[in-house]
Design a protein around this ligand. Structure first.
Ligand code: NAI
Length: 597
């Protein structure tokens, strides 16, 4: 790289606190080598904050000067921040960069930490950073340029035995930086946090030897110095760096859960207990850029409560070619059948989703949220006591081959069947532009959750089943499932261990893992599509099934079909046992393919 393209700091004045040793020394050397005039601040005391000496700062100033750079020493404690900054103003007339780096340790377990241990560590790290920053800020604001670094630590972020005082002070720097970043933003005064791990006298004897040798402070200096360059516009970032590696670190917040049914209700301990899994679920955690953004999301929760839509839960579901093809394989589509290529190859001229793929977003929401358990007065539900009872899927618009769907779901009905409860959920999935794409209605049977005095019959709106005619089927198709059918199918998203883990299956009352009900549904929809719609997905409108018995991977499914106009009634039987596994089922088509009329 030519020197012309190197990042320079000519004309800039940098104050580096605690620059007599360790990390601070490296920052000072690098800044000076790139043209900055450097104030090398160091009190020169011991690592536990005792004594003082001018030597530490002087040695580094000499080193800089020997290398042709410009530097002055400052021997004040950072607690006297105004004096430190004054050294810069007196020597160079300005201050552009402040690296708050000075630090000491007074490690003791919480029980043994004295008030002095606490105060001294807080004074040097937190109060010192505050004082120096406060003194530098007006100069930076006036000149419309400033770069400030706070130094935090993994001990603050994750905690570390024996460092209660230090951890608290180090997390304090993060809070301080957050606000300084906001206050400086409009004047081009940016404040970021470094979370270093480096070999220094501070970490000697704490870090293992092998690590110690690899953790040269000089490997972190370029990261910190880059953050101080005018071309770096990060503000409020936390950057962790060690051993020639760096990353941004974020705080995230989970999706959370509403803890009361309506605005009129108070929050009870039991509501909290019920919702706890969702409160602590971080699978949809997100970073918020500002307090305002985080508060806005709280307002949304309040709006939901006000509109009485508190039971509605929401989830996002992303898919593309890969998911569609994996699903098609999971329900037995095969390249051996040329008419299946449209489901298996993204470059096929007719590439399209098998419509039953769209049971997924509804199922994911029903199973992953506390929708089901929130509907049951006395009992918890988990994967080991839930059985999928019925499924209805309706396609409401043209299906895309990829995108992100937002699914909104709620409990639609609850029935008390004695030995268990039936919970019916309704889920609607929308595409990015808010178009309603699919509706799913799932009925799940929660074993052992009955006898709560609820009603037995469904309310209107629970999509009914239709019994198969007594006449011989108009057509039948057989598909042999693979021994690994469930292992393949589960990769589409339903990871319930019941379908792969023998121990879990036994716990749930089965001898071996069983096939997903929705996998048998997929096979059945394929049969109807191939028999009555020439595999044209766009002709598919809806499917309703009842899962009436388990299927084992490897068994053969026989789908018996009866045509009633555009409605194809069907049942699915396991050939090896003669047992019916899907009953009362039908597919509604928009039209029956000409070839079959
Ligand atoms: P170090 O002990 O080598 O350097 C710290 C310097 O600060 C010393 O030269 C010391 O004399 C000076 N100092 C102490 N109190 C002062 C005061 N009141 N006023 C002015 N100067 C004072 O330590 P190291 O490792 O270079 O640490 C630098 C910073 O990085 C510290 O804030 C430390 O907490 C932080 N840090 C270091 C980590 C590491 O792995 N080395 C890990 C996480 C954070």
């Amino acid at each position: 790289m030519s020197s012309a393209s190197k990042l320079r700091f000519d004309g800039r004045v940098a104050v580096v606190t605690g620059a007599g040793a360790g990390l601070g020394r490296e920052y000072a050397l690098l800044l000076a080598s790139r043209g900055a005039k450097v104030v090398v601040n160091d009190l020169g005391g011991s690592h536990v904050g005792e004594g003082a000496s001018q030597r530490a700062a002087d040695v580094v100033v000499d080193e800089i000067r020997k290398n042709g750079g410009e530097a002055v020493a400052d021997y004040n404690s950072v607690i006297d921040g105004a004096k430190v900054i004054d050294t810069a103003i007196k020597a160079y007339g300005r201050v552009d960069i402040l690296i708050n780096n000075a630090g000491i340790l007074r490690d003791r377990s919480i029980i043994k930490t004295t008030e002095q241990d606490w105060n001294l560590v807080h004074d040097v790290h937190l109060k010192g950073s505050f004082k120096c920053t406060q003194a530098a800020f007006p100069h930076m604001k006036k000149q419309n340029f400033g770069r400030i670094i706070m130094t935090s630590s993994n001990s603050g972020i994750y905690g570390n035995f024996g460092q209660a005082n230090y951890s608290a002070a180090k997390m304090g720097q993060v809070g301080l930086a957050n606000t300084v970043a906001i206050e400086g933003q409009k004047n081009n005064v940016y404040c970021n946090v470094i979370i270093p791990t480096a070999a220094s006298r501070m970490t000697e004897g704490i870090l293992p030897d092998i690590l110690f040798n690899e953790l040269k402070p000089s490997l972190i200096a370029p990261v910190v110095v880059y953050l101080c360059h005018e071309s770096c516009t990060d503000n409020g970032s936390y950057i962790e760096s060690a051993a020639g590696w760096a990353t941004k670190v974020h705080t995230v917040r989970g999706k959370g859960s509403v803890l009361r049914p309506s605005l009129e209700d108070s929050v009870t301990l039991e509501y909290v207990q019920n919702a706890w899994n969702q409160v602590t679920d971080m699978s949809q955690a997100k970073h918020w850029n500002s307090n305002a953004e985080a508060s806005a999301s709280l307002m949304e929760v309040l709006e939901k409560l006000k509109s009485g839509d508190k039971d509605a839960v929401e989830d996002t579901f992303s898919f593309g070619n890969r998911e569609l093809i994996l699903y098609a394989l999971g329900i037995g589509a095969s390249t051996k059948n040329s008419n299946d290529m449209r489901f298996l190859y993204e470059n096929d001229a007719d590439f399209s989703p098998i419509p039953s793929f769209f049971v997924m977003p509804g199922l994911m929401l029903t199973m992953s949220s506390s929708l089901v358990s929130s509907a049951l007065p006395n009992s918890q539900s988990d994967l080991s006591n839930i059985l999928h009872g019925e499924q209805y899927l309706e396609i409401l618009d043209d299906l895309p081959t990829g995108g992100q769907l937002v699914t909104k779901g709620k409990v639609f009905d609850v029935m008390d069947k004695g030995s268990g409860a039936v919970v019916v959920t309704d889920c609607i999935s929308y595409d990015e532009s808010g178009r309603q794409l699919v509706k799913n209605q799932s009925a799940v049977f929660v074993v052992g959750a009955g006898k709560f005095g609820g009603k037995k019959e469904p309310i209107a709106g629970v999509v009914p089943l239709i019994a198969a005619p007594s006449r011989a089927p108009d057509s039948s198709i057989q598909y042999k499932t693979d021994d690994d059918q469930a292992a393949l199918y589960r990769l589409s998203g339903d990871l319930n261990p019941l379908h792969i883990d023998p121990n879990f299956a036994r716990l749930s009352g089965f001898k071996t893992p069983i096939l997903h009900g929705l996998c048998s549904l997929g096979f059945s929809v394929r049969a109807v599509l191939s028999q009555y719609a020439n595999n044209d997905s766009t002709l598919f409108k809806a499917v309703k099934v009842r899962f009436s018995g388990p299927v084992l991977p490897g068994q053969t499914l026989k789908i018996d079909m009866w045509q009633q106009g555009k409605r194809i009634l069907f049942r699915t039987i396991v050939v090896e046992t003669g047992k019916e596994v899907i009953s009362g089922a039908y597919v509604d088509l928009k039209e029956v393919s000409k070839a079959k009329l």
